[in-house]
Design a protein around this ligand. Structure first.
Ligand code: MSK
Length: 631
């Protein structure tokens, strides 16, 4: 199905924020308008993976099966599509993993006493991570934390052996990876090797390229991303269920509004501490504000929502709209998913876009370098800039829409263990029992981005369909925010679930859709699935489970890396509304069929919510049948 084009004066995505969108129209060009101006069809060769630009004889646009339309070097469509796919996986892996390295450095500085602003918040998790690093996990905390910091940093540059967290996967899965030769050695090594393989004249067999892409992706899921999640939990706290609010209505007319946008929680954590500082509050009051109101965008938002209950103003597609409320004094951005256009939109208002990462600056934005050894001091500098903008706010331009929604978030896999497993049993056994007895049909993950080129509310429609069919849904990333906007992250939404799932949820007071965090926190899902295998009764490996993942509106290369590590781990992934290799039937067939034989799970594509739902429900039923629990 081709994406539907909205009428010219409509925001292509945020019908809920249409009123805000209308206020910016005519002032500066926004992403929805660019979609309208560009039309429905992006470059089909690029979109389907068969545009090759790895050398200066091209770019070559390749048509499968047409000899004269191979690359100048003779590259086939399958090779080019596989190469581009591998490069996307490498880019996605590098993003999550550099995030992980960044937090490992913050962790190192903290436990070596070089920053006084953070501390160890989860000692139990520190000891668990130490165990997987092969350390004496019973040592005193301070000493152990220093060893963990060194080991964590070494995971990135390791050249040989296996990443430490590989041992967390089910035994059978580890064995399969070893037999296939896809166990990642070191995070950086796998990314570099993938880029090397895909440069001109190296690996030119789509099968070899695609298999190698799994090794690279596993270095993300069981490496960089998992390190990021665990170290963040140790430093900033492992999430627990809490109530919060999402959507643009969380901005406040009488406060200095600061949005935190990007991915790494360090800056947002420091801002949250600094925003409580009496000195800063006094400075805000001096300019006529009641204080500082922090609100999240994208995954930085998810990080501080999960741990602190800080509200989320918006997902990826709402970043320009947050500025168009005219009520934001500063948008603080670190890395990933920040559209260059935010600087342009901000210039129509009194708003400062402040870049803080030494890896990411934006023309037209203000750069305040973040001092990792003095994070709260840096955060205060940022907040002072925001406070100075408050008197410049033009009241005539301010419009904060009423839209906001209550949510319950904070479902780390440890929390799920207690809630669905029972506080005293602390096991996934009761969850498994409910799956075996059929009260819960299975588990589905809806993850990834939202996308200006998808015009339906795919995430929410799909989530509704799945829970109505008694499937427990877990969410991360911007998919979580878009589902939250529709009210599905509250315990009351259990009323939309099928009868038997509703009974289970009502007994524990749980929403039917569990928010598990940011993009790197997809690693929490890997661990939750592994715990389900360990709890027994649902097979011996991840590909036995009645569980499935999807990214219905993927946008970033990171989503490709995430999908590929789930497939490589044995969980089927449905992608949409298009697939990055689809102009090569051969490469796509390999991912959709041969991967099933190799890894026990295939990639699949779907175009809209009902197609997603049908595929996902069928796959879960198929797994139940294989397990003999399909009565
Ligand atoms: S922020 S990667 S748009 S989920 Fe993680 Fe959202 Fe996708 Fe960025």
């Amino acid at each position: 199905m081709e994406p539907r084009l909205k009428a010219k004066n409509e925001c292509s995505k945020c019908m809920i924020n249409q009123d805000v969108f209308e206020r910016i129209q005519g002032k500066v060009l926004t992403a929805p308008e660019r979609v309208n101006k560009r039309g429905t069809k992006p470059c089909l060769f690029g979109k389907g993976g068969t545009c090759c630009h790895v050398c200066n004889m091209g770019p070559c646009q390749i048509v499968e099966g047409v000899e004269e339309l191979r690359g100048i070097c003779g590259a086939t469509a399958a090779t080019v599509a596989a190469r581009n796919f591998g490069r996307m996986v490498a880019a996605g892996t590098s993003a999550h993993s550099d995030h992980g390295r960044g937090i490992a450095e913050v962790f190192y500085h903290t436990v070596h006493g070089e920053t006084e602003d953070f501390e160890i918040k989860d000692e139990k998790k520190l000891r668990m991570v130490a165990y997987y690093f092969g350390l004496d996990y019973k040592k005193p905390v301070k000493e152990l934390a220093k060893e963990v910091a060194v080991n964590a940093l070494e995971e990135f540059g390791k050249q040989h052996g296996e990443l430490a967290f590989i041992k967390r996967a089910p035994e059978k899965r580890q064995q399969r990876w070893r037999e296939l030769g896809v166990v990642p050695r070191g995070v950086d090594r796998e990314v570099v090797e993938m880029l090397h393989r895909t440069t001109v004249g190296v690996d030119q067999d789509y099968r070899s390229l695609l298999k190698a892409s799994v090794r690279c992706a596993l270095a993300d899921g069981w490496g960089g991303s998992m390190l990021a999640t665990e170290l963040q939990d140790i430093l900033f706290g492992t999430p627990q269920p809490l109530r919060a609010v999402v959507n643009l209505g969380v901005l406040k007319e009488d406060m200095v509004n600061v949005t935190v946008h990007g991915h790494e929680p360090e800056v947002a954590e420091a801002l949250a501490i600094a925003a409580q500082d009496p000195e800063i509050i006094k400075e805000a009051e001096k300019v006529g504000a009641k204080g500082i109101n922090l609100a999240g965008i994208c995954c930085t938002g998810n990080e501080v929502l999960m741990r602190r209950g800080i509200p989320i103003a918006g997902s990826f597609v709402q970043q320009e709209l947050a500025l168009a409320t005219g009520a934001v004094e500063a948008m603080v951005v670190d890395v990933q998913c920040i559209m260059q256009n935010v600087a342009t939109v901000a210039s129509a208002y009194h708003t400062a876009v402040i870049t803080v990462s030494d890896k990411a600056e934006i023309e037209g934005a203000m750069h305040i370098p973040f001092d990792h050894k003095h994070p709260v001091e840096s955060a205060k500098k940022v907040l002072r800039e925001a406070i100075s903008r408050f008197p410049k706010r033009d009241k005539n331009l301010v419009y904060i829409p009423p839209n906001k929604m209550d949510v319950v978030a904070g479902f780390s896999h440890e929390t799920i263990l207690y809630i669905l497993g029972g506080r005293f049993r602390a096991s996934y056994k009761p969850l498994n029992e409910n799956i075996i007895n059929g009260r819960i049909l299975g588990v589905a993950a809806i993850v990834g981005c939202d996308n200006f080129r998808v015009f339906e509310k795919t995430h929410a429609e799909l989530a509704k369909e799945l829970i109505a069919n008694n499937i427990l849904v877990v969410v991360t990333g911007c998919a979580a925010t878009s589902i939250a906007r529709e009210g599905l992250l509250s315990p009351e939404a259990a009323s939309l679930a099928g009868d038997s799932l509703r009974e289970v949820l009502e007994a524990v007071g749980c929403p039917p859709v569990l928010h598990m965090g940011s993009c790197v926190d997809n690693s929490r899902i890997l661990i939750a699935l592994t715990e389900m295998v360990n709890a027994g009764g649902l097979g011996e490996d991840l590909d036995d489970l009645p569980a499935i993942g999807c990214a219905p509106e993927w946008m970033s290369e990171k989503a490709v890396a995430i999908g590929n590590y789930f497939v490589g781990s044995g969980a089927c992934v449905v992608f949409g509304p298009n697939f990055p290799t689809e102009k090569s039937q051969i490469a796509t067939d390999y991912l959709f069929h041969e991967f099933y034989h190799i890894f026990g799970a295939p990639w699949v594509v779907a175009r809209n919510a009902s197609e997603f739902a049908n595929i996902m429900i069928d796959k879960i039923k198929e797994k139940r049948k294989n397990l003999g629990i399909d009565k």
